[in-house]
Design a protein around this ligand. Structure first.
Ligand SMILES: Cc1cc2nc3c(=O)[nH]c(=O)nc-3n(C[C@H](O)[C@H](O)[C@H](O)COP(=O)(O)O)c2cc1C
Length: 205
């Protein structure tokens, strides 16, 4: 038995009979993941194209706007993912939570925001501890000799200077794949939006 469960587990169907149910569950999971760190979709992975190939990394899901299918996360302007997503906004996001045996896979486009109304609103709601990361002396990913030299001294820090490095990424998906693992029969469904028209179908798991 795993030592954690998502709080929404009891609200999810134990079996999926309809495509609508699969989309509703996916949306409930993503909404719950905004504030529930025990929901493993709170930390999904997002993949982007880089010159070396596909790059994948974990991020914290900060918001999910159901109607527009937008997932928000925060990052550092100087991190490689920003340049990658600006060069090619096509991205995939994925997560799996074993406590509910559900995988979600989303394909879409990522939009990077810096020093605009979107970042201002997000920065205003960012906790001090999270703001500290954006004051690190140089670009995340640079090769260094001594990691101690880049530890953050929170006591002697003007947190607001970090705003210059703060970015918001809005990932809007137009495809969502839902997979529920169950011994009696896995259920896999795909939902695709063309403009705002949704078409849904079952897939062989
Ligand atoms: C649990 C967890 C949460 C993370 N959240 C974020 C995040 O919200 N934003 C971010 O830029 N990096 C986050 N990271 C670090 C990234 O996974 C990654 O290592 C870093 O951003 C560098 O990515 P890049 O070189 O592809 O730009 C997180 C890592 C972990 C393990």
């Amino acid at each position: 038995m795993l030592g954690y469960t998502t709080t929404i587990m009891q609200d999810l169907p134990s079996h999926y009979d309809s495509l609508e149910q699969t989309l509703q569950s996916a949306e409930s999971i993503l909404e719950d993941a905004i504030r529930n760190a025990k929901n493993l979709f709170h930390t999904p992975v997002i993949s982007s194209h880089s010159a070396e190939g596909i790059q994948t990394r974990t991020v914290v899901l900060r918001d999910f706007i159901k109607d527009s299918r937008i997932i928000r996360f925060h990052t550092d302007l100087r991190s490689p993912k920003v340049a990658e997503l600006q060069a090619n906004p096509a991205a995939t996001m994925q997560g799996y939570d074993p406590s509910i045996k559900i995988q979600l896979r989303m394909l879409g486009l990522a939009e990077v925001h810096h020093r605009d109304a979107v970042t201002e609103a997000a920065w205003a709601e960012t906790r001090e501890m999270s703001k500290e990361c954006y004051s690190v002396a140089d670009a995340p990913g640079l090769s260094i000799d001594d990691p101690n030299a880049f530890d953050i001294d929170a006591k002697n820090l003007d947190l607001e200077l970090g705003y210059a490095n703060f970015c918001v990424v809005l990932f809007q998906f137009d495809s969502l794949e839902f997979l529920h693992l169950k011994g009696s029969g896995h259920r896999r469904a795909k939902h695709v939006w063309l403009n705002n028209d949704l078409s849904s179908s079952w897939l062989i798991p």
